[in-house]
Design a protein around this ligand. Structure first.
Ligand SMILES: [Zn+2]
Length: 865
């Protein structure tokens, strides 16, 4: 029986910015490849080429080769060289929600500036997707998504579907189930690599398999490869295959192909793309290279909770500097979000680049904060020398400031708000410091003058500081006669407690008592260490290894303070130093891995800080939470909501491209029960078994790709290259928190933000103590009336702030509804509702798990929303 279809052949290159090679390698190659591409497009008007659905590689090229920029832009305007909508093709499980929005905002902006932005959200190689991608696409007016990995025909049906996000937004989604290289990656999209026999051996059998999965009369066939140069003879290749094929082949584009689906009713899919049925999704890549996962989480937090809210507030008060540097910070960070980069499946050299860009982004974020904090504070209460502001980039009406430096004129002091209200302060350390020397320029040269003036430098926590969400508040250092309360070390104590919890060390095991329910959890925490014979893509234990469990801790110190109590513990784990060369067993040689754990009780949160001095190789460490009852499913956060996952009972996993192990992603929060919640920073992977919630801390593996893993048989992913830095030798630190009790989705989201993004203080320093890098710069600060201390006049119950996008002159505040119940949009917000590009839209109700963007750019200065 003849099954003749129209096959849309699309010429493209998949361009990994970096991987087992560096960005500089690909840029050098792009100079040649893209110059040839421009020539080819100019010489052949029927030729259309896709530059991988991202605009960063086009930007890099025209920056490096400006003399070709006009010719390149002309081809973009003619829709023959297609770029965007992404800036880079991100990993979707290891980055924050606002990062996905910035990626599209910047990608679309640059593509439009070049002349045209492709309207298909294209992710041919990203390792699966979370369940909310259709919502993010629709926020930018994009209705078409093209994916490859994570698709399972047994779950999802045909390769053309209507993908519905948790808020009900839909996007027409098409899967290219066998990848983006016609038949054979080595042939890419190049006519010169094909012989007619290849069509029979490779191409046509593949098309037959694609037909079996597709319900559409039109099939999509991307033809290209990884970092391939273009094929100027692409239409000859298609003519040749057309002459031999029973199907109708035509040179097409992704946009043209999606137009053929416009009239079709497609089956619905609601959920994530994460099944390794036809292609590998690398389910455990979230725990590869913890160093970059953490650096990225730190940088994301710095930009979204510090720099952007501060820049928006400064702009509202008439200061406007820093936007261009902010865009630069995002571009560096987004370059680090490319799937191979943030996945961690990269070479050691590339990983260092990823890390460096994350740190640069963070540096810019901190500089933007300190420049604007100074300008605002310079115009507020100028006669009071010891004053400071605290910025709140979260949704919480009160925040904490942690481990920050505060300068005081005296050893004893109190902190008060503008109405004289006292602020809770915990002084961890205090030292007396002499003021810096002045340097005078005299006819005899420089003369240093020593100042016999002293001040006190305090490392403080400020607790429960009232600061409006997306706002700042002013505070003062006041003289005090009362002695300061430092945390007291109590040598005889074995426990800490407050109104909610009692945490003790009994028989060297941690025991937590929840006071209002009487629930006891023993041992509360354990560490699990298991061999990892995998690579930077996938965890893979040695056959039969069930891991080593550690729950024995030794007390180092108990510290008590009226508002904060801490238990400091340590353990010396004796772990095998690696895996033997025969890959059958772990080494008999043991090394000591020192662990310190500090647990601090504050209100209904138990904060944890874990430090591990990693001295061994080829292993994975998990932190185990005893939840006290059998876990049936875990609720994990995704953008604007949560997803509940259960362990899969897969008896036979031979029918998968990789074993569908129960390692799952989360962003910031996990709830294994309705009254048990764990928060973490920079950790991305969990599993559960019995009563245990298992948080993966890190994996240490020294190989980029490896053949024949236990959980991933067959060829190596990537290159078989040694990556000794992937073992993560040295000190690693982890932050987590535990909260027991039943709370609404919004309350949990607010708690998470308060935990993840403490407030930041900036203090006026008339003595030039130089607390932050830029504080001593001589800056002209114009006089302004600082009329606005918050971006929103109110944040109704149930609403959570996602972020503030301040790029390209706009101030876009994004909020969301984490619950499944709809919320009414306040009347006074309705005139500002827009899409993620700042284009006005109408919306009166916010559905469950939906988001809302408000354009506050044009707001009159005297009228807060
Ligand atoms: Zn790729």
């Amino acid at each position: 029986m003849n099954d003749v279809r129209t096959i849309h052949a699309v010429s493209h290159t998949h361009w990994d910015r970096e991987w087992y090679f560096s960005t500089l390698d690909t840029q050098l190659f792009a100079l040649k490849a893209f110059s040839e591409l421009i020539e080819a497009l100019e010489n052949n008007p029927r030729f259309v080429f896709h530059l991988d659905g991202q605009s960063s590689i086009f930007d890099d090229f025209i920056r490096l080769k400006p003399k070709m920029a006009e010719r390149a832009r002309r081809l973009v305007q003619q829709k023959r060289l297609l770029i965007g909508p992404w800036y880079t093709q991100p990993d979707l499980f290891n980055i924050a929600t606002e990062s996905m929005f910035r990626n599209l905002r910047i990608g679309i902006h640059h593509a439009r500036e070049a002349g045209y932005c492709m309207s298909v959200l294209y992710l041919p190689d990203t390792f699966g997707s979370h369940a909310q991608l259709p919502q993010i696409a629709r926020a930018f007016g994009l209705r078409h998504i093209l994916l490859r990995r994570g698709y399972d025909p047994q779950l999802m049906g045909p390769t053309e579907l209507c993908w519905e996000a948790l808020n009900g937004d839909c996007a027409t989604t098409v899967i290219t189930p066998f990848g983006y290289s016609l038949a054979h990656p080595e042939r890419g999209g190049r006519w010169r690599n094909f012989r007619p026999a290849h069509f029979d051996e490779e191409t046509f059998p593949l098309i037959t398999r694609m037909k079996a999965l597709s319900a559409s009369p039109d099939l999509l066939c991307p033809i290209g490869g990884d970092q391939v140069s273009c094929d100027a003879d692409f239409d000859r290749l298609i003519a040749a295959v057309n002459a031999l094929s029973e199907d109708r082949w035509e040179v097409s584009s992704y946009e043209r192909y999606f137009a053929t689906l416009a009239s079709q009713t497609l089956p619905r899919w609601r959920g994530e793309f994460r099944t390794p049925r036809l292609s590998r999704v690398h389910k455990s890549i979230g725990s590869s290279r913890y160093d970059i996962k953490k650096a990225n989480a730190d940088a994301e937090r710095c930009l979204t909770r510090l720099a952007e809210p501060m820049l928006a507030l400064a702009r509202r008060n008439g200061f406007s500097e820093g936007e261009e540097m902010l865009e630069q910070a995002w571009r560096w960070l987004l370059e680090s979000h490319a799937h191979d980069s943030m996945g961690g499946c990269n070479s050691d050299e590339t990983n260092r680049d990823v890390l460096h860009r994350c740190r640069q982004a963070q540096q810019i974020g901190e500089a933007i904060f300190s420049l604007h904090a100074r300008q605002l504070l310079a115009n507020l209460e100028i006669q009071t020398p010891y004053r400071f502001l605290v910025l709140n980039g979260t949704s919480s009406p009160a925040i904490d400031v942690r481990q920050q430096t505060l300068i005081t004129p005296t050893a004893q002091f109190a902190l008060i708000g503008e109405n004289g209200e006292p602020i809770r302060v915990v002084v961890h350390r205090q030292r007396q410091v002499q003021l810096p020397r002045h340097v005078l320029l005299t006819p005899d040269g420089e003369v240093e003058t020593e100042q016999q003036c002293w001040y006190y430098e305090n490392i403080v926590d400020l607790l429960n500081v009232p600061v409006p969400p997306l706002g700042f508040a002013l505070f003062y250092v006041a003289p005090s006669q009362r002695p300061m309360l430092f945390p007291l070390s109590c040598p005889e104590a074995l426990a800490i407690e407050n109104a909610h919890y009692h945490l003790s060390l009994r028989d060297n095991q941690l025991q937590l008592l929840e006071k209002n329910t009487g629930r006891r959890l023993t041992p509360l925490l354990q560490l699990r260490d298991i061999s990892d014979d995998g690579d930077l893509y996938d965890f893979s234990p040695l056959p039969g290894d069930s891991g080593l469990l550690f729950s024995h801790f030794t007390l180092s110190e108990v510290q008590q303070h009226p508002w904060q109590q801490s238990l400091r513990l340590h353990a010396a784990l004796r772990l095998p130093e690696g895996i033997n060369d025969d890959r059958r067993a772990r080494s008999d040689r043991l090394r000591v891995v020192n662990v310190t754990l500090t647990l601090t009780l504050e209100d209904d949160m138990l904060h944890g800080e874990l430090t591990i001095e990693n001295t061994v190789r080829e292993h994975r460490m998990q932190l185990l939470f005893n939840t006290g009852q059998t876990i049936a499913a875990v609720c994990a956060d995704v953008p604007f909501g949560t997803l509940t996952r259960t362990n899969q009972q897969i008896a036979d996993s031979t029918d998968y491209a990789e074993r569908p192990v129960d390692s799952e992603p989360f962003m910031h929060r996990l709830s294994p029960h309705a009254d048990f919640h764990v928060f973490a920073r920079g950790l991305k992977e969990y599993a559960y078994q019995g009563q245990q919630l298992r948080l993966t801390l890190f994996r240490g593996v020294g190989q980029l790709g490896k053949d024949d893993l236990l959980y991933r048989p067959g060829r190596a992913s990537g290159q078989r290259q040694a990556t000794p830095e992937g073992h993560l030798p040295g000190e690693l630190s982890f932050h987590f928190a535990l909260c027991l009790g039943t709370h609404s989705p919004a309350q949990l989201a607010v708690r998470e933000q308060r935990f993840s993004a403490p407030g930041r203080l900036w203090q006026w320093q008339h003595d030039r103590t130089g607390l932050q890098r830029l504080d001593n710069f001589d800056v002209f600060i114009p006089e302004r009336d600082i009329a606005h201390r918050q971006l929103l006049s109110h944040l109704p119950q149930g609403w959570v702030i996602s972020g503030v996008d301040v790029l390209y002159g706009k101030t876009l505040v994004r909020l969301y509804n984490p619950s499944s119940e709809a919320l009414t949009i306040p009347e006074d917000w309705r005139g500002y509702v827009c899409n993620a590009l700042g284009e006005k839209i109408e919306k009166a109700v916010l559905r469950g798990n939906d988001h809302l963007t408000l354009d506050l750019s044009q707001l009159a200065h005297d009228r807060p929303v």
